[in-house]
Structure formats: structure tokens, C-alpha cells
Design a protein around this ligand. Structure first.
Ligand SMILES: O=C(O)CCC(=O)C(=O)O
Ligand SMILES: [Fe+2]
Length: 348
């Protein structure tokens, strides 16, 4: 009997070696050269749910259509991390903070959700169960932007030092915090961040922070592999700004008065976008408390639909070099954001 070939799960990269090895065959020593992985760090062979959806569309879960984000460790050194950002458009850093530090922030937010009447009366706060009422999108979200624990985590020394090293200078961040409190149903629109925040430097990075463990069913960040290399094909999209309108088109008046507002969506069809741009849709088998994903402005992303009865909590925030120009919509004690005063007309 011949041993099975080493078996690679193409989606996870996990390797299962030699099933059915009969005792009569001498043990092959090569796996001994592999560095052992401590059990709590090992990625188990992830069992995918039977379906994963984005914007209500079933994703192609074959190995060519779907996979997992590559994990990186800051100890690899900043040169390697910069190279990886250029190559992949993102860095996925596990255990960037301690679980306890992030759990304290989660506790603060679930307490707020409870006080605001978004959780079922008497339920366990940490479960963040949905009671039928949506919390709303990031712009206009009622959670407290000035929560000291949250700001201390997102803008504290750990993140500051990381970005100063990564960008090689003094850094600044947007003051605005994008809260994601996603109940059951559709995830975020498929988009690139540039169209919401491109009025300053484009050398700008998003930090996506899960405030709770996020399973595939709960639905976390979803990125289209290699899409940041497709800026040429996305030129028409990337040159847009959600707070701009065309003065020379018939609906200019309604656009100027914000009666019509383009929400930055690149496509409503993750599958047809994938067909035309290529690349796999990538996420994590489980985003965990303490993780962070950092990505650039041109990477196409959204999130998986939430197939549970709980809220998925996360935030996203932005860092850049202090010396470079900053998009003023997102700076200040109460940033103006997508308000009417920020609307700009241009000839299209
Ligand atoms: O968490 C989400 O649903 C979307 C996140 C996102 O768009 C971002 O981090 O820029
Ligand atoms: Fe985004």
C-alpha cells in the first residue's frame, strides 16, 4: 500500500501529511524538518459553511474562487512588511493586541448598544444578539466616537509605533472612527476606500479591527486578491469621490442638494466583478480579538453577509504620514464627513 500524497487544503494552505500510512512502510523523516506549530497557533483544516454570501450572492468556494488572507507577523521586519503590502495590498496581523485589551473595548460597545436599546432585554451583552433593529451605517452610527478605551486602543502607542516604523516618519490618523455594527443580512458594499477619503494623500492606510471573534458565518472583511494592481482598469471608479457631483448632468441640482447620493459601491455583483478582474475573494477562517488587517486605498473589499442572529462589531480607522496632506472631512472633534458643506461640483 502506497501512502497518500501530502494533502494540501488549497483554500487554507493547511497540510495534512500521510493519511493511511501502514506501519510496514518506514517512516518518512522529512516532516521532522518542519518547525513544529504549537497547537493553539495551528490553523485547523477549516470546514467551510455550505454557502458564503456577499451582498446576497453565493460566492464560488472552489480553490480558485475563494481563500484565506495570508497572515503576517511584525517580527518579520518592516522591509518585509512593506514588500508584502506592495505585493498583496494588505497585511493581516494576528495578536497585534492582547485579547483582554480588545475585550474591554468590546464590553464598552456592547454596553452602549444595550443602553441604546439595540440588544434584547436581559440578554448576555457579550453575545450581542440582534433584536430586530438595525444600528445603521458607519456615517451616522450612534456609538460613541469619543469612547476613551476605544480611542486608546485604535490610536494608542502600539498602533502609532507600528505606523511610524512602517511609513518611516511621524504619523497622523483620521479622527473619525467607522463603526461596523452589522446585524443579520447583507455585508458592506464592494468598494475601494479611496472614493470616500481621497482628498488628501493617497499614501493612506485603513486598519480594520474586529471587536469580537468573527466566524465565517458572522461575516468579516472580504478582499479581492490582487485588485490593488488593477488601478488602470478601475481608473474611472478610483477617480470618483462620493461627495462630488457632476454640474453638467441633468440631475445636478438634486445631486448638489444631496437628494441623490452615490454610496461608493463599485458593483452589486461580487461574482461578476471577480470574473472580470480575476483573483480569489479572501477572508479569515476566523478573525479574532487582537487581530488587525491593514490595507491600502486601492484594494477592492466589502464583507461577508451575516448569517447569524448576532451583531458583528468592528471598526476601521486611517493612518498616514503627518507631513502629507490630509482629507479634512475626517479630522477634528466632530469631523464634517459626508455633510452637505463637503459637496463639490465638477464638470464630468
Ligand atoms: O467591515 C466592513 O463591513 C467594511 C469594512 C471597510 O469597508 C473598511 O474597513 O474599509
Ligand atoms: Fe472600506
Amino acid at each position: 500500500m502506497i501512502p497518500d500524497a501530502p494533502e494540501v487544503n488549497l483554500a487554507t494552505g493547511a497540510l495534512r501529511i500521510f493519511r493511511n500510512v501502514p506501519s510496514s512502510i518506514p517512516f518518512d523523516p522529512w516532516p521532522l524538518f518542519l518547525t513544529p506549530i504549537s497547537p493553539d497557533k495551528a490553523t485547523p483544516m477549516t470546514r467551510l459553511p455550505s454557502r458564503l454570501l456577499a451582498l446576497g450572492q453565493e460566492l464560488d468556494l472552489s480553490p480558485t474562487g475563494f481563500g484565506f488572507l495570508q497572515e503576517t507577523h511584525p517580527l518579520q521586519g518592516m522591509d518585509a512588511l512593506r514588500q508584502q503590502m506592495t505585493q498583496d495590498g494588505y497585511l493581516y496581523l494576528r495578536d497585534f493586541w492582547s485579547r483582554d485589551a480588545v475585550q474591554a473595548v468590546r464590553d464598552s460597545l456592547t454596553r452602549q448598544l444595550d443602553q441604546l436599546g439595540f440588544l434584547p432585554a436581559g440578554s448576555c451583552l457579550d453575545e450581542a444578539r440582534f433584536n430586530g433593529r438595525e444600528v445603521g451605517r458607519a456615517w451616522g452610527n450612534p456609538l460613541n466616537q469619543h469612547d476613551p478605551l476605544l480611542r486608546q486602543l485604535l490610536f494608542g502607542p502600539r498602533m502609532h509605533e507600528f505606523f511610524s516604523d512602517f511609513l518611516g516618519g511621524e504619523v497622523s490618523h483620521f479622527d473619525f472612527i467607522w463603526f461596523r455594527t452589522k446585524g443579520p443580512g447583507l455585508g458592506s458594499p464592494i468598494h475601494c476606500d479611496l472614493v470616500y477619503m481621497g482628498r488628501g494623500t493617497h499614501n493612506l492606510y485603513t486598519t480594520w479591527v474586529p471587536l469580537g471573534d468573527v466566524s465565517l458565518e458572522l461575516g468579516g472583511l472580504l478582499v479581492l486578491e490582487g485588485s490593488h494592481h488593477q488601478s488602470d482598469r478601475l481608473k474611472a471608479y478610483l477617480s470618483r469621490d462620493v461627495d462630488e457631483y457632476c454640474t453638467n448632468l441633468p440631475d445636478a441640482d438634486a445631486d448638489a442638494a444631496e437628494k441623490k447620493w452615490w454610496d461608493g459601491t463599485l458593483t452589486r455583483s461580487p461574482r461578476s466583478l471577480q470574473k472580470s478582474l480575476g483573483g480569489r475573494w479572501l477572508t479569515s477562517p476566523e478573525f479574532r480579538l487582537g487581530d488587525v488587517v491593514i490595507f491600502n486605498m486601492q484594494l477592492v473589499h466589502g464583507s461577508l453577509d451575516n448569517q447569524t442572529d448576532r451583531f458583528r462589531l468592528s471598526t476601521d480607522t486611517r493612518f498616514q504620514l503627518a507631513a502629507e496632506s490630509i482629507d479634512k472631512r475626517w479630522v477634528g472633534e466632530n469631523p464634517p464627513g459626508h455633510s452637505l458643506a463637503q459637496r463639490r461640483g465638477r464638470v464630468c
